[in-house]
Design a protein around this ligand. Structure first.
Ligand code: PSU
Ligand code: MN
Length: 305
């Protein structure tokens, strides 16, 4: 295991004893939601994972180390500090070398999870192929790491701000199974459906755990996606969200927002335009994913026992 990893003692114990652990990312805390909601959600998500019988490990970079399992104090730091970099694959080594604070994206969290031996990771929505990528080439490194890290990512699909058909195509190219949980369709983050049919679906966490086991028994090095639609009661009207996305994208373009600032900008503008309703849905779907991710980690640990 890399010398750069610092495992919180309860995470280290659980991993050594083959007990279930769930990785959680910190970009959603530092760059995905406003304070203090972000801190409340980060705590609540950990609590849900614990209730399911798994140990939560929120991952972030501090003082040149990859912290696997942030303390309560560290969580609060990531929720409030203004000088936390958004860290994807390309940034990891540099931020560690500089010894500065870094919040890990899906891509960077997958790398840390894989190194630590944590096979289940819960987030809100994947990064993916941005709309207009044929001009901008903006494709999240989340998809690259999904193609080469042995981690199952539980999410509500990819964020609705993206080009979802192209995102699925890139995942297919990367050899990443995208499995619908109790659905045949790829969920669209704020809504349960996207009109895009998936090649696989499961009805239980146990079935998903079996798929992980076979996938990796083959020696495949890619991850899996378990796509979990948000609860119906929390879903937003698709046409309404589309209108907000159209406006937010136009504003991003006008303000020359590019690169890693695009996703945080869009999420924040959607929250403002919807008067907080997209944020509320985002919270509901992350909590919903934490529940499923906890169960998945427990089922996967039972297979190995
Ligand atoms: N899921 C959420 N909110 C977020 C993210 C995911 O509900 O803010 C973050 C993840 O960290 C993901 C990142 O990796 O957005 C994607 O950023 P980009 O498109 O720049 O790769
Ligand atoms: Mn990007």
């Amino acid at each position: 295991m890399s010398d750069l990893l610092d495992l919180r003692p309860d995470v280290a114990d659980a991993l050594r004893e083959n007990r279930p652990v769930v990785a959680l990312e910190s970009t959603i805390i530092s760059h995905g939601m406003p304070y203090p909601t972000n801190l409340e959600v980060a705590r609540r998500v950990e609590e849900i994972v614990r209730e399911s019988g798994a140990v939560p490990a929120t991952i972030g970079l501090l003082e040149g180390r990859i912290k696997v399992g942030l303390t309560e104090e560290e969580l609060s730091l990531f929720a409030q500090a203004q000088d936390v970099a958004k860290v994807s694959t390309r940034d990891l080594g540099l931020v560690l070398a500089a010894g500065t604070k870094g919040a890990t994206t899906v891509a960077a969290t997958m790398i840390a999870s894989d190194l630590a031996g944590i096979r289940v990771f819960v987030t809100g929505g994947l990064g993916g192929v941005h709309r207009g990528a044929e001009q901008t080439y903006d494709i999240s490194a989340d998809l690259t790491e999904l193609g080469r890290r042995r981690v199952a990512v539980v999410c509500a699909g990819a964020k609705a701000i993206l080009d979802l058909p192209k995102t699925l195509e890139v995942l297919e190219t990367g050899g990443v199974p995208v499995i619908g949980y109790d659905t045949q369709e790829f969920p669209a983050f704020y809504s349960q459906t996207s009109g895009l049919t998936l090649s696989a679906s499961v009805e239980t966490a146990q079935q998903a755990a079996l798929a992980m086991k076979s996938h990796w028994e083959l020696g495949l090095q890619s991850g899996l996606v378990l796509a979990n639609p948000l609860p119906e009661a929390d879903a937003l009207d698709e046409d309404e969200v589309e209108a907000y996305i159209g406006q937010a994208l136009a504003e991003a373009d006008a303000a020359n927002v590019s690169g890693k600032d695009v996703t945080p900008f869009l999420l924040q503008r959607l929250g403002e335009l919807s008067k907080g309703r997209t944020l509320k849905a985002n919270i509901a779907l992350v909590e919903n994913n934490a529940r499923l991710g906890g169960n998945l980690a427990v089922a996967f640990a039972n297979l190995k026992a």
